[in-house]
Design a protein around this ligand. Structure first.
Ligand code: COI
Length: 358
């Protein structure tokens, strides 16, 4: 079903938009419109519309405000040199949003509706897709429970929203290594918990450890499994990889606790096609630390839609502090980042069918 369009009478002028698109940071600017679909237990998904971007009044008893009934996605639209606009693997995000919604007892939005909302919004807002290097239109689809009821149950009213943020790099300064604090006191997820769902609560819970790490002088936090405190899971908002001197690349296996990253699976594919062996399995902190110390592990990197591929130059915790390799971006990290972004920005052929023209 088509999205009807309610135009924003206060949309930015060309000059205002040009001003907003200058020197883009991540996630601070927003376009003139947003997509919205409402779900009720009685009517299902209905009222597909594009409307002016702006505040979304809701009842103070809305369930999202009390019980965090929220799941979200992140994907990007890229401006190619020929002026066309391309999405990266949007179906993967559509399907993950369904899995996240299922876990949080929210209704699943169809892949067709997800795709139609993205096409409708990006087509209308095409002038907001920036063209400076390393910029993109970051798309943030999300579901919220808007039921007016303080009882704890699956909501009977839910809104799907899609907002768009012309953005620059999540970590500015090009391919600059980040430092990681390995968290011992807090966990991101537990067995049977919500670790695999992209729900806001997971990210909220990561902020206190993130603040503590920042105060210690570290950029990001790496979480260990809650059951044993010994196996790597992921960062606050990114998956993690380790490159061995023998050319094998390790990454934590999808075990229900970690987010099934779209960038993660793309990176695995790209590494394999560069004749590297990728092994998805449990990686213990002891193995990682020892490997870095004796040179068996030469590179560590993190990846995600927002952060792309980001090298890790230093890892530490209460009982160790190691420099990864020489602390600079390693060759495997740099190559996979270049290969991925070359496909995303159309500088290289896309043999995988990942890019979708809008
Ligand atoms: C993304 O990488 O798109 C995410 O959703 C992570 C968020 C912390 C920006």
């Amino acid at each position: 079903e088509a999205f009807r369009v309610v135009r924003n009478p206060h949309a930015a002028t060309d000059a205002e938009r040009a001003e907003k698109l200058r020197d883009l940071a991540f996630g601070l600017q927003f376009t003139d419109h947003m997509a919205r679909v409402t779900w009720t237990a009685d009517e299902g998904w209905h009222d597909r519309r594009i409307e002016p971007y702006g505040p979304i009044p809701m009842d103070p008893a809305a369930s999202v405000l009390h019980y965090a009934q929220e799941v979200f996605e992140g994907l990007k639209a890229y401006r190619w040199a020929d002026g066309s606009i391309r999405l990266f693997r949007p179906h993967a995000n559509a399907e993950r949003l369904q899995r996240s919604a299922w876990r949080m007892a929210l209704p699943e939005l169809s892949v067709d509706d997800f795709m139609a909302s993205i096409r409708a919004l990006v087509e209308l807002e095409h002038a907001w897709v920036p063209d400076a290097p390393e910029t993109s239109l970051y798309l943030r689809p999300f579901l919220i429970g808007t039921d007016v009821f303080l009882g704890l149950r699956a909501p009977k009213r839910v809104d799907y929203l899609l907002i768009a943020s012309p953005s620059g790099p999540y970590f500015p300064g090009g391919i600059k290594p980040v430092s990681i604090w390995v968290e011992r006191d807090y966990h991101r997820a537990g067995p049977g918990g919500t670790g695999a769902a992209k729900c806001g609560g997971n990210y909220a819970a990561s902020l206190r450890p993130q603040m503590a790490a920042y105060e210690r002088g570290f950029d990001q936090v790496l979480y260990l499994d809650a059951a044993t405190g010994s196996v790597l899971e992921e960062l606050g908002g990114m998956n993690v990889f380790a490159v061995r001197a023998d050319g094998t690349v390790l990454t934590p296996i999808i075990n229900g606790n970690i987010l099934e990253g779209v960038t993660r699976s793309s990176v695995i594919r790209l590494l394999e096609d560069q004749d590297l062996k990728v092994v998805e399995r449990d990686i213990t902190l002891a193995e990682l630390r020892q490997g870095i110390e004796d040179g068996e592990i030469t590179e560590v990197f993190a990846c995600g839609t927002a952060a792309i591929v980001t090298p890790v130059g230093r890892m530490a915790s209460t009982d160790f502090d190691v420099t990864v390799g020489d602390g600079q971006p390693g060759p495997v990290t740099a190559a996979v980042r270049e290969r991925l972004t070359a496909i995303q920005y159309g500088r290289a052929e896309d043999p995988y069918g990942w890019m979708h023209r809008v």
